[in-house]
Design a protein around this ligand. Sequence first.
Ligand code: NAP
Ligand code: F7E
Length: 365
Amino acid sequence: MRALVTGVTGQDGSYLTEFLLSRGYEVHGIIRRASSFNTQRLDHVYEDPHKRGARLFLHYGDLCYGEQLTNIIYSSQPDEIYHLGAQSHVKVSFDIPEYTGDATGLGTTRILQAVWRSGIKTRFYQASSSEMFGSSSPPQNEKTPFQPRSPYGAAKVYAYWMAVNYREAYDLFACNGILFNHESPRRGETFVTRKITRAIAQILCGKQKKLYLGNLEAKRDWGYAPEYVQAMWLILQQEQPDDYVIGTGETHSVKEFAEQAFGYVGLDWREYVEVDSKYVRPTEVDALLADTAKARDQLSWEPKVTFPELVRIMVDADMEAVGLKPVGEGIRILQVRFSDWHQWQISVSDVVRSLEGAAMEKQHA
Ligand code: NAP
Ligand code: F7E
């Protein structure tokens, strides 16, 4: 089997690549040209493509330019396409709404059009988001109306309907995974969970005194990212193309996340966290909570990692990244819950150290 992954350098793209390689896939990934290395999340699985038996190949492309996307799709002839690439930061989407619409919204249309025009028989996964539900009351499922509250959410709604439209108009095997927030030690440093766990490690080693956050009352359904990429794969293995909500069925506030994370290392979050209105959004999604009955029934997918466990995994990883001895519960959770494809040493330690190295370089730049 051959898969093409857009957004391969991101949190989900890197876990999905590991998972697909572990299942024997050949994986082609699309990366953006950057003036510095942007493949840190993949370095541990990357092999020289000249080597016999190499199964990971990277191609330059940008979601804002259709021609190159068509070339890559045509030349790699994938059995499955996982379209994960996007400008994925909600707050940033208010600053660059036009670009967000282009990359996150139209990017999907460019890929769908390339698939249709090239006539390749492939299955297509669209990375849809719980942000599309916006102000619709929780719990949210596949039938809940979309009422997006950000340029990002609106762009994802457009992309969602384009996937549905190509399925209905051209019989493409196109599916939407409507994923609720999922986090990990590879989460980008400016998303709230990683911002908190990373700050704790910096505070513990004396490099940071305060953590400035925005809205502490917002509630999210937070799960563990490696489990979510397994759901993406399952969605494309079904007999019929369809759309699925993926989440944990539990919701917690930002304040609760901070409380648990600081508490895990014996600190009181109230002594360190301060609110800065700079991080408050013009419009907020107040509460997200997944109703995952369909995924449970049809995909037999259920998350194994709980909210306190997710917090522990992330804090342990960020402590390790700065050279501190982790508390250790997070490390044990991966040993018990995951098979070979996702274990601490290879999947967390090596990657987090290289990500932390890159983040430090940026700070000094
Ligand atoms: P992420 O870490 O921000 O990764 C986004 C990826 O898209 C990166 O590889 C990035 O490349 C790439 N990208 C951005 N703009 C691009 C462009 N113009 N051309 C080509 N590539 C581009 O996001 P994630 O958390 O892995 O999420 C994966 C997908 O799921 C995204 O579509 C996101 O919107 C969606 N989603 C995420 C969540 C969540 O909780 N994580 C929930 C629901 C849906 P660089 O590395 O070069 O920046
Ligand atoms: O914010 C609040 C913020 O940026 C979560 C993306 O992966 O998930 C993600 O979007 C909550 C919001 O994630 C800070 O206002 C408080 O209510 O971590 P976040 P998000 O906006 O939910 C969805 C499902 C996606 O699809 C997206 O791609 O936390 N919050 N203080 C803060 N958020 C940030 N980033 N920084 C703060 O200081």
